[in-house]
Design a protein around this ligand. Structure first.
Ligand code: G3P
Ligand code: MG
Length: 252
C-alpha cells in the first residue's frame, strides 16, 4: 500500500543542475529550473553561528575558495566565499547559498525541495533539529513542504523531534541491518536508495510498509527505464539536460 498523499514530482534535479553548474548554488537551481525541473535535491548543514547553508562535503576546498571545515566558520565568512569559480569561469564569484535564500527562490517560483541533511561529522542530531526547525518556519502555511532526507538516522531523529510534521526519508547506500525498522521508527514517508540496490522485492517491501521508493543518482536512460519498470516513485538525476522532467514514468 502506497501513501496517496505524495505531492512531489517524479524527476528531481541533483544539487540543482547536476554537474552543469556549481552544485548547491542559486545559479544551479536556476539552471535546473530552466530545463523544466520543479524539484531539487540539495545538501544542508549548519555554520558555526547556526545558519543553515548548502555544502555537500564537510570541507570547503572542493567546491569553494574557502579552507577547512565548513561548519567551523560563521556565515559572515562563508557568505563571502566564491563557490562558483572551481566549476568554470562563467560562474566565478557565485556565492554559497543559505537555505533561507534558496527558500525565497523556491517559494517565488513554485519550486519544491528535497533537503538532504548533511551534518558536519559529530553534529547529526543538532543538524537535523536545526534544518527541520528552519524549514518548518520558512515553509509555514505552504501547501507542499520540503522532503527532508539523510543517510544519518540520528539527523532524522532530530528532524522528527523539532518538526515532526515535515516528511522524512531515509537515504541508503546499502540495505544495512535494521533499515526498515529504523525507517518505521522515524516515520519516514520514503526510502531514497542508491539506484542499483532496487529489485522487485525491495520495491514491494517498501510499498507494503507504506513508503515511497526514490533513487539516486540516475544518469543513464537505460537505468531510468529499468527503475521505472520496477515501479519506483521518483528519480534524482544530475542529467537535467538528458531527462525531460515532464515525461511520465514509462515514457522516457
Ligand atoms: O540525496 C541523494 C544524494 O545526493 C545522496 O548522495 O553524496 O550525492 O549527497 P550525495
Ligand atoms: Mg545529496
Amino acid at each position: 500500500m502506497r501513501p496517496s498523499n505524495w505531492p512531489y514530482p517524479y524527476w528531481i534535479a541533483h544539487r540543482g543542475a547536476g554537474k552543469l553548474a556549481p552544485e548547491n548554488t542559486l545559479a544551479a537551481f536556476r539552471l535546473g529550473a530552466s530545463y523544466g525541473y520543479r524539484m531539487f535535491e540539495c545538501d544542508a548543514k549548519i555554520s558555526r553561528d547556526g545558519t543553515v547553508f548548502l555544502l555537500h562535503d564537510a570541507t570547503l576546498e572542493r567546491t569553494s575558495n574557502g579552507r577547512g571545515i565548513g561548519g567551523d566558520w560563521d556565515w559572515a565568512h562563508l557568505s563571502l566565499l566564491d563557490a562558483g569559480g572551481w566549476h568554470s569561469r562563467r560562474y566565478a564569484g557565485e556565492p554559497l547559498c543559505s537555505l533561507q535564500g534558496l527558500s525565497r527562490m523556491c517559494l517565488q517560483n513554485n519550486l519544491l525541495l528535497n533537503i538532504e541533511v548533511k551534518p558536519t561529522p559529530g553534529t547529526d542530531y543538532a543538524t537535523g533539529q536545526a534544518v527541520a526547525a528552519l524549514a518548518a518556519r520558512l515553509w509555514e502555511g505552504q501547501p507542499v513542504r520540503p522532503l527532508l532526507s539523510s543517510f544519518k538516522p540520528l539527523a532524522l531523529e532530530g528532524a522528527q523531534q523539532s518538526a515532526p510534521e515535515l516528511p522524512r526519508a531515509l537515504l541508503l547506500e546499502n540495505w544495512w541491518e535494521g533499515w526498515m525498522n529504523s525507517a518505521a521508527a522515524l516515520e519516514c514517508a520514503a526510502i531514497v536508495a542508491q539506484y542499483a540496490l532496487y529489485d522487485a522485492q525491495s520495491v514491494k517491501a517498501i510499498h507494503q510498509a507504506g513508503m515511497r521508493c526514490l533513487c539516486y543518482t540516475v544518469n543513464q536512460a537505460d537505468h531510468a527505464q529499468a527503475l521505472q519498470e520496477l515501479g519506483v516513485d521518483g528519480i534524482i538525476t544530475d542529467r537535467v539536460d538528458l531527462f525531460a522532467p515532464d515525461h511520465a514514468p514509462g515514457r522516457l
